[in-house]
Design a protein around this ligand. Structure first.
Ligand code: B12
Ligand code: SF4
Length: 492
Protein backbone atom coordinates (compact mmCIF):
# COMPACT_ATOMS: atom_id res chain seq x y z
CA UNK A 1 0.00 0.00 0.00
CA UNK A 2 1.36 3.42 -0.98
CA UNK A 3 -0.09 6.29 1.03
CA UNK A 4 0.56 9.98 0.47
CA UNK A 5 -0.08 12.29 3.42
CA UNK A 6 -0.79 15.89 2.40
CA UNK A 7 -0.84 19.05 4.50
CA UNK A 8 -2.47 21.76 2.31
CA UNK A 9 -1.03 25.20 1.64
CA UNK A 10 -1.72 27.84 4.28
CA UNK A 11 -2.39 31.47 3.39
CA UNK A 12 -0.29 34.03 5.23
CA UNK A 13 -1.89 34.20 8.66
CA UNK A 14 -0.82 35.60 12.01
CA UNK A 15 0.55 32.28 13.28
CA UNK A 16 2.02 31.16 9.98
CA UNK A 17 4.99 33.51 10.63
CA UNK A 18 5.68 33.31 6.89
CA UNK A 19 7.41 36.70 6.75
CA UNK A 20 9.71 35.65 9.59
CA UNK A 21 10.98 32.57 7.75
CA UNK A 22 13.47 34.50 5.60
CA UNK A 23 15.38 35.53 8.73
CA UNK A 24 15.88 31.96 9.93
CA UNK A 25 16.15 30.30 6.50
CA UNK A 26 13.33 27.84 7.21
CA UNK A 27 10.36 27.10 4.96
CA UNK A 28 7.52 26.82 7.47
CA UNK A 29 6.96 27.72 11.10
CA UNK A 30 5.55 24.40 12.41
CA UNK A 31 5.32 20.82 11.13
CA UNK A 32 1.90 19.14 10.60
CA UNK A 33 1.77 17.22 13.87
CA UNK A 34 -1.73 15.79 13.30
CA UNK A 35 -0.67 14.07 10.08
CA UNK A 36 2.61 12.83 11.55
CA UNK A 37 0.64 11.32 14.43
CA UNK A 38 -1.86 9.66 12.09
CA UNK A 39 1.07 8.29 10.04
CA UNK A 40 2.35 6.53 13.14
CA UNK A 41 -1.00 4.72 13.48
CA UNK A 42 -0.81 3.20 9.98
CA UNK A 43 0.62 -0.29 9.41
CA UNK A 44 4.43 -0.32 9.36
CA UNK A 45 4.32 -2.42 6.19
CA UNK A 46 2.74 0.47 4.22
CA UNK A 47 4.90 2.89 2.26
CA UNK A 48 4.33 6.48 3.35
CA UNK A 49 5.30 9.84 1.91
CA UNK A 50 4.36 13.24 3.33
CA UNK A 51 4.01 16.45 1.33
CA UNK A 52 3.64 19.66 3.32
CA UNK A 53 2.48 22.19 0.74
CA UNK A 54 3.92 25.01 2.86
CA UNK A 55 7.32 23.44 2.19
CA UNK A 56 7.02 22.00 -1.30
CA UNK A 57 4.44 21.74 -4.07
CA UNK A 58 2.20 18.73 -4.56
CA UNK A 59 3.64 16.96 -7.60
CA UNK A 60 1.56 14.77 -9.92
CA UNK A 61 4.20 12.05 -9.54
CA UNK A 62 3.56 11.84 -5.78
CA UNK A 63 -0.19 11.56 -6.27
CA UNK A 64 0.24 8.96 -9.03
CA UNK A 65 2.54 6.92 -6.77
CA UNK A 66 -0.16 6.72 -4.07
CA UNK A 67 -3.07 4.33 -3.69
CA UNK A 68 -4.68 6.78 -1.28
CA UNK A 69 -4.15 10.43 -0.40
CA UNK A 70 -4.65 11.34 3.28
CA UNK A 71 -5.28 15.03 3.93
CA UNK A 72 -5.17 16.79 7.31
CA UNK A 73 -6.65 20.31 7.29
CA UNK A 74 -8.01 23.26 9.26
CA UNK A 75 -10.78 25.49 7.85
CA UNK A 76 -8.12 27.99 6.77
CA UNK A 77 -6.85 25.31 4.33
CA UNK A 78 -10.20 25.04 2.57
CA UNK A 79 -9.15 27.07 -0.47
CA UNK A 80 -6.07 24.90 -1.03
CA UNK A 81 -8.08 21.69 -0.54
CA UNK A 82 -10.80 22.82 -2.97
CA UNK A 83 -8.61 24.48 -5.60
CA UNK A 84 -5.54 22.22 -5.54
CA UNK A 85 -5.74 18.92 -3.67
CA UNK A 86 -9.21 17.71 -4.72
CA UNK A 87 -8.92 18.62 -8.44
CA UNK A 88 -5.44 17.08 -8.67
CA UNK A 89 -6.53 13.82 -6.99
CA UNK A 90 -9.72 13.71 -9.06
CA UNK A 91 -7.75 14.20 -12.30
CA UNK A 92 -5.34 11.42 -11.35
CA UNK A 93 -8.08 9.19 -9.95
CA UNK A 94 -6.83 8.88 -6.38
CA UNK A 95 -9.30 8.62 -3.46
CA UNK A 96 -8.93 11.10 -0.59
CA UNK A 97 -9.31 10.41 3.11
CA UNK A 98 -9.59 13.64 5.10
CA UNK A 99 -9.25 14.47 8.81
CA UNK A 100 -8.67 17.46 11.09
CA UNK A 101 -10.88 20.48 11.95
CA UNK A 102 -11.95 21.25 8.34
CA UNK A 103 -13.58 17.84 7.89
CA UNK A 104 -14.57 17.28 11.51
CA UNK A 105 -16.84 20.31 11.57
CA UNK A 106 -17.62 20.64 7.84
CA UNK A 107 -17.38 17.25 6.11
CA UNK A 108 -20.86 17.69 4.55
CA UNK A 109 -19.37 20.18 2.07
CA UNK A 110 -16.95 17.57 0.73
CA UNK A 111 -19.38 14.68 0.31
CA UNK A 112 -18.43 12.65 -2.77
CA UNK A 113 -14.86 13.98 -2.84
CA UNK A 114 -13.48 13.11 0.56
CA UNK A 115 -13.94 10.15 2.90
CA UNK A 116 -14.01 12.04 6.17
CA UNK A 117 -12.64 10.85 9.48
CA UNK A 118 -14.34 12.93 12.15
CA UNK A 119 -12.49 14.07 15.26
CA UNK A 120 -9.57 12.38 16.91
CA UNK A 121 -8.89 9.19 15.05
CA UNK A 122 -7.11 6.84 17.49
CA UNK A 123 -10.28 4.71 17.88
CA UNK A 124 -11.56 4.94 14.29
CA UNK A 125 -8.33 4.46 12.33
CA UNK A 126 -8.60 0.64 12.58
CA UNK A 127 -11.82 0.67 10.52
CA UNK A 128 -10.29 3.12 8.02
CA UNK A 129 -7.23 0.88 7.54
CA UNK A 130 -9.42 -2.20 7.09
CA UNK A 131 -11.57 -0.44 4.47
CA UNK A 132 -8.54 1.00 2.65
CA UNK A 133 -7.13 -2.51 2.35
CA UNK A 134 -10.49 -3.80 1.10
CA UNK A 135 -10.78 -0.88 -1.33
CA UNK A 136 -14.20 0.04 0.06
CA UNK A 137 -14.19 3.26 2.00
CA UNK A 138 -17.27 4.63 3.79
CA UNK A 139 -18.26 8.31 3.43
CA UNK A 140 -17.53 9.12 7.07
CA UNK A 141 -15.90 7.51 10.08
CA UNK A 142 -16.49 8.38 13.68
CA UNK A 143 -15.46 6.35 16.70
CA UNK A 144 -18.17 5.68 19.30
CA UNK A 145 -15.97 7.31 21.95
CA UNK A 146 -15.32 10.77 20.51
CA UNK A 147 -12.44 11.44 22.91
CA UNK A 148 -9.92 8.60 22.89
CA UNK A 149 -7.40 7.71 25.54
CA UNK A 150 -4.25 9.59 24.49
CA UNK A 151 -1.97 7.29 26.47
CA UNK A 152 -2.27 5.04 23.42
CA UNK A 153 -1.28 7.75 20.93
CA UNK A 154 1.98 6.76 19.23
CA UNK A 155 5.18 8.79 18.79
CA UNK A 156 4.79 10.96 15.62
CA UNK A 157 6.66 9.75 12.52
CA UNK A 158 9.34 12.47 12.45
CA UNK A 159 11.21 10.45 9.83
CA UNK A 160 8.61 11.49 7.22
CA UNK A 161 9.67 15.14 7.20
CA UNK A 162 12.90 17.05 7.07
CA UNK A 163 12.91 18.84 10.43
CA UNK A 164 15.38 21.39 9.04
CA UNK A 165 12.56 22.89 6.97
CA UNK A 166 10.76 24.01 10.13
CA UNK A 167 11.45 26.85 12.56
CA UNK A 168 9.77 25.11 15.53
CA UNK A 169 9.00 21.48 16.35
CA UNK A 170 5.70 20.40 17.95
CA UNK A 171 4.61 17.91 20.54
CA UNK A 172 1.41 17.29 22.49
CA UNK A 173 0.91 16.46 26.16
CA UNK A 174 -2.87 16.80 26.56
CA UNK A 175 -6.08 17.35 24.64
CA UNK A 176 -9.25 19.09 25.79
CA UNK A 177 -9.89 22.05 28.07
CA UNK A 178 -11.98 22.24 31.28
CA UNK A 179 -13.39 25.69 30.42
CA UNK A 180 -16.27 26.32 28.05
CA UNK A 181 -15.86 29.65 26.26
CA UNK A 182 -18.83 30.23 24.00
CA UNK A 183 -16.85 30.83 20.78
CA UNK A 184 -14.42 27.93 21.18
CA UNK A 185 -14.42 24.85 18.97
CA UNK A 186 -11.76 23.06 21.03
CA UNK A 187 -14.38 21.87 23.49
CA UNK A 188 -16.46 20.62 20.54
CA UNK A 189 -13.55 18.76 18.95
CA UNK A 190 -11.52 17.71 21.98
CA UNK A 191 -13.97 17.87 24.88
CA UNK A 192 -13.92 19.43 28.32
CA UNK A 193 -12.09 16.71 30.19
CA UNK A 194 -8.35 17.20 29.70
CA UNK A 195 -6.77 13.89 28.72
CA UNK A 196 -3.06 13.67 29.36
CA UNK A 197 -0.30 11.42 28.10
CA UNK A 198 1.94 9.75 30.65
CA UNK A 199 5.24 11.50 31.51
CA UNK A 200 7.18 8.53 30.10
CA UNK A 201 5.26 8.72 26.83
CA UNK A 202 6.02 12.42 26.29
CA UNK A 203 9.66 11.99 27.30
CA UNK A 204 9.93 9.21 24.70
CA UNK A 205 8.55 11.67 22.12
CA UNK A 206 11.09 14.27 23.20
CA UNK A 207 13.85 11.67 23.03
CA UNK A 208 12.77 10.90 19.46
CA UNK A 209 12.93 14.59 18.57
CA UNK A 210 16.32 15.13 20.14
CA UNK A 211 17.64 11.90 18.57
CA UNK A 212 16.40 13.19 15.21
CA UNK A 213 18.73 16.16 15.76
CA UNK A 214 16.23 18.79 16.81
CA UNK A 215 17.64 21.95 18.44
CA UNK A 216 15.60 25.05 19.23
CA UNK A 217 11.99 25.63 20.24
CA UNK A 218 9.41 22.89 20.76
CA UNK A 219 5.76 23.92 20.85
CA UNK A 220 3.49 21.99 23.22
CA UNK A 221 0.35 22.33 21.09
CA UNK A 222 -2.05 21.55 23.94
CA UNK A 223 -5.36 23.37 23.91
CA UNK A 224 -4.69 24.27 27.52
CA UNK A 225 -1.41 22.91 28.89
CA UNK A 226 -2.58 23.44 32.50
CA UNK A 227 -6.05 21.93 32.00
CA UNK A 228 -5.18 19.21 34.54
CA UNK A 229 -2.81 20.84 37.01
CA UNK A 230 -2.02 17.71 39.00
CA UNK A 231 -0.96 15.74 35.92
CA UNK A 232 0.96 18.62 34.38
CA UNK A 233 2.97 19.14 37.56
CA UNK A 234 3.83 15.46 37.68
CA UNK A 235 4.94 15.66 34.06
CA UNK A 236 6.96 18.84 34.61
CA UNK A 237 8.89 17.26 37.47
CA UNK A 238 9.80 14.39 35.14
CA UNK A 239 10.72 16.91 32.43
CA UNK A 240 13.05 18.83 34.79
CA UNK A 241 14.83 15.55 35.62
CA UNK A 242 14.99 14.55 31.91
CA UNK A 243 16.45 17.92 31.07
CA UNK A 244 19.15 17.59 33.72
CA UNK A 245 20.01 14.14 32.35
CA UNK A 246 19.99 14.85 28.61
CA UNK A 247 20.92 18.55 28.58
CA UNK A 248 19.06 19.12 25.30
CA UNK A 249 19.40 22.37 23.36
CA UNK A 250 15.65 22.96 23.33
CA UNK A 251 13.19 25.32 24.94
CA UNK A 252 9.41 25.26 25.08
CA UNK A 253 6.38 27.32 24.20
CA UNK A 254 2.76 26.42 24.97
CA UNK A 255 -0.84 27.62 25.36
CA UNK A 256 -2.58 27.98 28.72
CA UNK A 257 -5.40 29.73 30.53
CA UNK A 258 -4.85 32.91 32.54
CA UNK A 259 -5.25 31.11 35.89
CA UNK A 260 -1.62 30.02 35.37
CA UNK A 261 -0.77 33.30 37.12
CA UNK A 262 -2.38 32.03 40.34
CA UNK A 263 -0.08 29.03 40.71
CA UNK A 264 3.50 29.94 41.66
CA UNK A 265 4.59 26.31 41.88
CA UNK A 266 3.41 25.63 38.35
CA UNK A 267 5.16 28.74 37.02
CA UNK A 268 8.37 27.71 38.75
CA UNK A 269 8.19 24.17 37.37
CA UNK A 270 7.52 25.43 33.86
CA UNK A 271 10.49 27.76 33.75
CA UNK A 272 12.79 25.16 35.31
CA UNK A 273 11.66 22.68 32.67
CA UNK A 274 12.66 25.15 29.92
CA UNK A 275 9.41 26.94 29.04
CA UNK A 276 10.04 30.55 28.12
CA UNK A 277 6.83 31.59 26.47
CA UNK A 278 3.09 31.00 26.78
CA UNK A 279 0.08 31.97 24.70
CA UNK A 280 -2.93 33.05 26.79
CA UNK A 281 -6.51 33.55 25.67
CA UNK A 282 -7.01 36.99 27.20
CA UNK A 283 -9.71 38.06 24.71
CA UNK A 284 -10.73 41.45 26.11
CA UNK A 285 -10.30 43.82 29.03
CA UNK A 286 -14.09 44.45 28.98
CA UNK A 287 -15.59 42.47 31.89
CA UNK A 288 -19.12 42.41 30.40
CA UNK A 289 -17.76 40.84 27.19
CA UNK A 290 -15.82 38.23 29.17
CA UNK A 291 -19.00 37.35 30.99
CA UNK A 292 -20.93 37.22 27.72
CA UNK A 293 -18.57 34.54 26.33
CA UNK A 294 -18.34 32.81 29.69
CA UNK A 295 -14.59 33.22 29.97
CA UNK A 296 -14.99 32.85 33.71
CA UNK A 297 -11.31 32.37 34.43
CA UNK A 298 -10.54 35.89 33.15
CA UNK A 299 -13.22 37.76 35.07
CA UNK A 300 -11.73 37.57 38.56
CA UNK A 301 -8.72 39.65 39.54
CA UNK A 302 -6.65 42.14 37.61
CA UNK A 303 -5.88 40.72 34.16
CA UNK A 304 -2.94 43.07 33.54
CA UNK A 305 -1.38 42.14 36.87
CA UNK A 306 -1.74 38.44 36.03
CA UNK A 307 0.15 38.99 32.79
CA UNK A 308 2.95 40.75 34.70
CA UNK A 309 3.14 37.94 37.27
CA UNK A 310 3.72 35.45 34.46
CA UNK A 311 6.29 37.68 32.76
CA UNK A 312 8.18 38.18 36.03
CA UNK A 313 8.20 34.44 36.56
CA UNK A 314 10.21 34.10 33.33
CA UNK A 315 7.67 33.55 30.56
CA UNK A 316 6.96 35.78 27.61
CA UNK A 317 3.19 36.22 27.34
CA UNK A 318 1.62 36.02 23.90
CA UNK A 319 -2.07 36.83 23.86
CA UNK A 320 -5.24 36.20 21.89
CA UNK A 321 -7.71 39.12 21.77
CA UNK A 322 -11.20 39.32 20.30
CA UNK A 323 -13.31 42.24 19.12
CA UNK A 324 -16.98 42.09 18.21
CA UNK A 325 -18.71 40.81 21.35
CA UNK A 326 -22.26 42.06 21.86
CA UNK A 327 -21.16 43.91 25.01
CA UNK A 328 -18.18 45.67 23.43
CA UNK A 329 -18.46 49.45 23.88
CA UNK A 330 -17.66 51.80 20.96
CA UNK A 331 -14.27 52.58 22.51
CA UNK A 332 -13.25 48.90 22.35
CA UNK A 333 -10.32 49.64 20.03
CA UNK A 334 -8.77 52.16 22.40
CA UNK A 335 -9.33 49.81 25.36
CA UNK A 336 -7.63 46.90 23.60
CA UNK A 337 -4.74 49.06 22.36
CA UNK A 338 -4.14 50.46 25.82
CA UNK A 339 -4.26 47.04 27.50
CA UNK A 340 -1.87 45.43 25.02
CA UNK A 341 0.62 48.29 25.12
CA UNK A 342 0.68 48.59 28.87
CA UNK A 343 1.09 44.85 29.49
CA UNK A 344 3.87 44.56 26.90
CA UNK A 345 2.25 41.70 24.98
CA UNK A 346 4.35 41.82 21.82
CA UNK A 347 2.59 38.96 20.00
CA UNK A 348 -1.00 40.08 20.32
CA UNK A 349 -3.18 37.99 18.01
CA UNK A 350 -6.16 40.32 17.71
CA UNK A 351 -9.10 39.03 15.71
CA UNK A 352 -12.71 39.80 14.98
CA UNK A 353 -15.09 37.38 16.68
CA UNK A 354 -15.81 34.48 14.38
CA UNK A 355 -18.61 31.94 14.72
CA UNK A 356 -16.91 28.61 14.03
CA UNK A 357 -19.20 25.74 12.99
CA UNK A 358 -20.79 23.66 15.76
CA UNK A 359 -19.74 26.01 18.59
CA UNK A 360 -22.23 27.34 21.15
CA UNK A 361 -21.76 30.81 19.68
CA UNK A 362 -22.65 29.48 16.23
CA UNK A 363 -25.88 27.93 17.51
CA UNK A 364 -26.86 31.06 19.44
CA UNK A 365 -26.31 33.37 16.47
CA UNK A 366 -28.11 30.92 14.19
CA UNK A 367 -31.06 30.95 16.60
CA UNK A 368 -31.03 34.76 16.65
CA UNK A 369 -30.96 34.86 12.83
CA UNK A 370 -27.60 36.66 12.87
CA UNK A 371 -25.36 34.26 10.95
CA UNK A 372 -24.80 35.57 7.46
CA UNK A 373 -21.71 33.84 6.03
CA UNK A 374 -19.46 30.87 6.55
CA UNK A 375 -16.17 31.44 8.34
CA UNK A 376 -12.85 31.65 6.49
CA UNK A 377 -11.19 29.88 9.43
CA UNK A 378 -8.65 32.68 9.68
CA UNK A 379 -9.41 34.53 12.88
CA UNK A 380 -7.13 37.44 11.95
CA UNK A 381 -8.94 38.52 8.82
CA UNK A 382 -11.02 41.68 8.44
CA UNK A 383 -14.31 39.80 7.99
CA UNK A 384 -17.32 39.01 10.16
CA UNK A 385 -19.58 36.03 9.51
CA UNK A 386 -22.47 37.32 11.64
CA UNK A 387 -24.46 40.49 12.19
CA UNK A 388 -22.74 42.31 15.08
CA UNK A 389 -24.39 44.63 17.60
CA UNK A 390 -21.96 47.42 16.73
CA UNK A 391 -22.02 48.56 13.11
CA UNK A 392 -20.16 46.11 10.79
CA UNK A 393 -18.18 48.77 8.91
CA UNK A 394 -17.24 50.47 12.18
CA UNK A 395 -15.85 47.17 13.49
CA UNK A 396 -13.97 46.18 10.34
CA UNK A 397 -12.54 49.62 9.84
CA UNK A 398 -11.58 49.97 13.50
CA UNK A 399 -10.00 46.51 13.45
CA UNK A 400 -7.77 47.42 10.50
CA UNK A 401 -6.72 50.61 12.20
CA UNK A 402 -6.06 48.87 15.52
CA UNK A 403 -3.81 46.26 13.87
CA UNK A 404 -1.93 48.97 11.97
CA UNK A 405 -1.44 50.95 15.20
CA UNK A 406 -0.31 47.90 17.20
CA UNK A 407 2.26 46.82 14.64
CA UNK A 408 3.51 50.25 13.63
CA UNK A 409 7.25 49.92 14.44
CA UNK A 410 7.61 52.43 17.27
CA UNK A 411 4.46 51.26 19.11
CA UNK A 412 5.53 47.64 18.70
CA UNK A 413 9.09 48.19 19.97
CA UNK A 414 7.74 50.29 22.85
CA UNK A 415 5.72 47.37 24.11
CA UNK A 416 8.54 44.86 23.64
CA UNK A 417 10.59 47.14 25.89
CA UNK A 418 7.76 47.11 28.46
CA UNK A 419 7.93 43.32 28.35
CA UNK A 420 11.73 43.19 28.62
CA UNK A 421 11.46 45.43 31.68
CA UNK A 422 9.20 42.91 33.46
CA UNK A 423 10.73 39.70 32.12
CA UNK A 424 13.04 37.76 34.46
CA UNK A 425 14.46 34.86 32.44
CA UNK A 426 15.07 31.97 34.82
CA UNK A 427 15.16 28.77 32.85
CA UNK A 428 18.11 26.99 31.29
CA UNK A 429 19.98 29.05 28.69
CA UNK A 430 20.55 27.65 25.23
CA UNK A 431 23.88 28.01 23.46
CA UNK A 432 23.97 30.59 20.67
CA UNK A 433 23.81 28.80 17.32
CA UNK A 434 24.96 29.74 13.85
CA UNK A 435 21.28 30.13 12.97
CA UNK A 436 20.86 32.75 15.73
CA UNK A 437 23.85 34.70 14.43
CA UNK A 438 22.50 34.55 10.89
CA UNK A 439 19.05 35.73 12.08
CA UNK A 440 20.71 38.65 13.86
CA UNK A 441 22.72 39.65 10.78
CA UNK A 442 19.68 39.37 8.53
CA UNK A 443 17.54 41.41 10.91
CA UNK A 444 20.16 44.18 11.00
CA UNK A 445 20.14 44.21 7.21
CA UNK A 446 16.41 43.80 6.54
CA UNK A 447 14.93 45.82 9.41
CA UNK A 448 17.84 48.20 9.94
CA UNK A 449 18.61 49.07 6.32
CA UNK A 450 15.90 48.04 3.92
CA UNK A 451 12.53 48.54 5.49
CA UNK A 452 10.45 51.37 6.80
CA UNK A 453 10.84 51.69 10.55
CA UNK A 454 14.69 51.61 10.42
CA UNK A 455 15.11 54.49 12.85
CA UNK A 456 12.72 52.92 15.35
CA UNK A 457 14.60 49.62 14.97
CA UNK A 458 18.04 51.14 15.72
CA UNK A 459 16.62 53.13 18.65
CA UNK A 460 15.09 49.91 19.98
CA UNK A 461 18.32 47.96 19.55
CA UNK A 462 20.35 50.66 21.28
CA UNK A 463 17.91 50.69 24.22
CA UNK A 464 18.07 46.90 24.49
CA UNK A 465 21.88 46.95 24.49
CA UNK A 466 22.00 49.63 27.18
CA UNK A 467 19.16 48.48 29.42
CA UNK A 468 18.76 44.74 28.78
CA UNK A 469 21.96 43.43 27.15
CA UNK A 470 21.37 39.89 28.48
CA UNK A 471 17.94 39.82 26.87
CA UNK A 472 19.26 40.47 23.35
CA UNK A 473 18.26 37.01 21.95
CA UNK A 474 14.53 37.33 22.85
CA UNK A 475 14.64 41.00 21.79
CA UNK A 476 15.85 40.05 18.29
CA UNK A 477 13.37 37.18 18.03
CA UNK A 478 10.50 39.51 18.91
CA UNK A 479 11.72 42.12 16.41
CA UNK A 480 11.61 39.42 13.70
CA UNK A 481 8.12 38.28 14.74
CA UNK A 482 7.02 41.93 14.76
CA UNK A 483 8.17 42.23 11.17
CA UNK A 484 5.85 39.34 10.20
CA UNK A 485 2.89 40.72 12.17
CA UNK A 486 3.40 44.13 10.53
CA UNK A 487 3.14 42.53 7.10
CA UNK A 488 -0.03 40.67 8.17
CA UNK A 489 -1.53 43.92 9.51
CA UNK A 490 -0.69 45.66 6.22
CA UNK A 491 -2.58 43.06 4.18
CA UNK A 492 -5.81 43.47 6.15
C1 B12 B 1 -0.52 23.49 16.55
C2 B12 B 1 -1.60 24.38 15.99
C3 B12 B 1 -1.23 25.26 15.01
C4 B12 B 1 0.20 25.37 14.50
C5 B12 B 1 0.63 24.28 13.56
C6 B12 B 1 -0.30 23.89 12.48
C7 B12 B 1 0.20 22.69 11.71
N1 B12 B 1 1.07 22.86 10.75
O1 B12 B 1 -0.23 21.59 12.00
C8 B12 B 1 0.22 26.80 13.96
C9 B12 B 1 0.76 27.66 15.09
C10 B12 B 1 1.02 27.08 12.69
C11 B12 B 1 -1.26 27.08 13.75
C12 B12 B 1 -1.69 28.07 12.94
C13 B12 B 1 -3.03 28.39 12.80
N2 B12 B 1 -4.05 27.87 13.46
CO1 B12 B 1 -3.88 26.37 14.65
N3 B12 B 1 -3.86 25.07 15.99
C14 B12 B 1 -2.93 24.30 16.45
C15 B12 B 1 -3.49 23.45 17.60
C16 B12 B 1 -3.20 24.17 18.91
C17 B12 B 1 -3.00 22.02 17.70
C18 B12 B 1 -3.06 21.21 16.40
C19 B12 B 1 -2.29 19.95 16.58
O2 B12 B 1 -1.18 19.79 16.10
N4 B12 B 1 -2.83 19.02 17.35
C20 B12 B 1 -2.19 17.74 17.66
C21 B12 B 1 -2.68 16.65 16.72
C22 B12 B 1 -2.13 15.31 17.15
O3 B12 B 1 -4.07 16.62 16.85
P1 B12 B 1 -5.02 16.97 15.60
O4 B12 B 1 -4.35 17.89 14.68
O5 B12 B 1 -6.34 17.32 16.12
O6 B12 B 1 -5.08 15.55 14.88
C23 B12 B 1 -5.96 14.53 15.31
C24 B12 B 1 -7.32 14.57 14.59
O7 B12 B 1 -7.73 15.85 14.20
C25 B12 B 1 -7.18 13.63 13.45
N5 B12 B 1 -6.58 14.09 12.22
C26 B12 B 1 -5.91 15.23 11.95
N6 B12 B 1 -5.51 15.22 10.66
C27 B12 B 1 -5.92 14.06 10.12
C28 B12 B 1 -5.77 13.56 8.83
C29 B12 B 1 -6.30 12.30 8.54
C30 B12 B 1 -6.15 11.75 7.17
C31 B12 B 1 -7.00 11.56 9.53
C32 B12 B 1 -7.53 10.23 9.23
C33 B12 B 1 -7.16 12.09 10.81
C34 B12 B 1 -6.62 13.32 11.09
O8 B12 B 1 -6.34 12.64 14.00
C35 B12 B 1 -5.37 13.22 14.87
C36 B12 B 1 -5.13 12.28 16.01
O9 B12 B 1 -6.31 12.05 16.74
C37 B12 B 1 -5.01 23.46 17.24
C38 B12 B 1 -5.95 23.19 18.37
C39 B12 B 1 -6.44 21.76 18.29
N7 B12 B 1 -6.76 21.19 19.38
O10 B12 B 1 -6.54 21.17 17.23
C40 B12 B 1 -5.15 24.84 16.60
C41 B12 B 1 -6.20 25.05 15.54
C42 B12 B 1 -6.20 23.85 14.64
N8 B12 B 1 -5.70 26.22 14.82
C43 B12 B 1 -6.64 27.04 14.46
C44 B12 B 1 -6.43 28.27 13.77
C45 B12 B 1 -7.64 29.16 13.60
C46 B12 B 1 -5.18 28.61 13.27
C47 B12 B 1 -4.82 29.86 12.44
C48 B12 B 1 -5.82 30.23 11.35
C49 B12 B 1 -4.59 31.03 13.41
C50 B12 B 1 -4.14 32.30 12.72
N9 B12 B 1 -4.99 33.28 12.62
O11 B12 B 1 -3.02 32.41 12.30
C51 B12 B 1 -3.46 29.43 11.84
C52 B12 B 1 -3.64 28.82 10.42
C53 B12 B 1 -2.63 27.84 9.99
C54 B12 B 1 -1.30 28.40 9.67
N10 B12 B 1 -0.32 27.56 9.42
O12 B12 B 1 -1.13 29.57 9.59
C55 B12 B 1 -8.00 26.51 14.87
C56 B12 B 1 -8.71 25.89 13.68
C57 B12 B 1 -10.18 26.15 13.67
C58 B12 B 1 -10.78 25.35 12.56
N11 B12 B 1 -11.93 24.78 12.89
O13 B12 B 1 -10.25 25.26 11.50
C59 B12 B 1 -7.64 25.49 15.99
C60 B12 B 1 -8.60 24.34 16.16
C61 B12 B 1 -7.54 26.29 17.33
C62 B12 B 1 -8.74 27.12 17.61
N12 B12 B 1 -9.87 26.63 17.99
O14 B12 B 1 -8.65 28.30 17.49
N13 B12 B 1 -2.02 26.24 14.47
S1 SF4 C 1 -9.88 28.45 27.74
FE1 SF4 C 1 -9.23 28.46 25.56
S2 SF4 C 1 -9.30 26.31 24.90
FE2 SF4 C 1 -10.42 26.46 26.84
S3 SF4 C 1 -12.58 26.67 26.23
FE3 SF4 C 1 -11.74 28.75 26.51
S4 SF4 C 1 -10.98 29.38 24.48
FE4 SF4 C 1 -11.31 27.16 24.43
Amino acid sequence: MNVLLVSPATPTTFWSLKHAMRFVARRAAFPPLGLLTVAAMLPRSWNLRLVDMDVTRLADADVEWADYVLVGAMIVHKASVEAEVIPQCRRLGRPIVGGGPLFTTGHEEFAGDVHAVLGECEDSIGAVIRDMEAGQLADTYQAPSAFPDVTRTPVPRWDLINLRHYATASIQFSRGCPFDCEFCDIVVMNGRKPRTKTPGQVLAELDALVDAGWKGTVFFVDDNFIGNKRCVKEFLRALVAWRARRRPQIDFLTEASVNLADDAELLDLMTRAGFNSVFLGIETPVAASLEECQKVQNVHGDLAEKVRTIQRAGLEVKGGFIIGFDHDPREIFELQFDFIQRTGIASAMVGLLSALPKTRLYHRLLGEGRLDASTTGNNTEAVLNFIPKLDREFLIDGYRRLMAALYEPSAYYRRVLVFLGEYRPRGPRLKLTWQDVRALMKSLWIMGVWHRGRRAFWRYLATVLVRHPRKLPPAIKLAIHGFHYRMVAKQL
